[in-house]
Design a protein. Sequence first.
Length: 247
Amino acid sequence: MNIRTVLTGILLVLTGIAHAQFPGKLYLKDGSVIQGSITRRLNGSAAVSTPGGRFYVFRADEISGFIQARQPKEKQRRTGKRSFDEIRNAVEAEFGIGYGNRIGRSGNSWLNLSFMAYNYRFGAHFSVGGRMDFDENFTVDRWIIPLVINLKSYLGPSDRSQLFFSLDGGYSVGIKTYEDEPSFGGWTVTPAAGMAIRLGNHTALHLSIGYRLQWLPEYLYTGGYSEAPFRSGAVMVRMAFALYSPR
């Protein structure tokens, strides 16, 4: 921008005839289109400063309309936040809590704590990683540590929120509760759906609901010892706080 443009803009503001200034296109009634920095005046006229350094002033009766240019990067700098589609090639750390309500006669209720969960987010719509949890079985008072692989698929770009589907799969390691009782564990899988709600530039809240399947061994007490391994089902609701590393 040359010195003439700067001085003209200052003059317009000081004289009280400048109404708004923005980058965009000015359409004239003769069919011409002028692109540049547009300064609208209270009397309906407008001044345009082009990228080439030219400066024009048009009367109100010469103007047919305006289009303001979109500037998503400027908006990002003003708000200090990125949209979800801009969070890519980043590490996603998640810390959360969940509760699973038992389903059926062989179901078990679980308290789930995620204290070590890291995913790598490829592009804007997919992440993969691993998680180590701590689970307490309320039904039979036992503890296990699930070691799972987590896959997430995010749907569509969004400034404020984004839907996702996730899948956990792995093995739960049992922890002994009494010296005379064996620990128990087994394979586990949890498909779920949820929503990521952006809190800031590098933070989000993850809310999800899914179906937890935990295979348990034959010696687990569930109102009587089972004679074969069985599946324990529960509806799992989880809330997690996610942190994203800078790109």
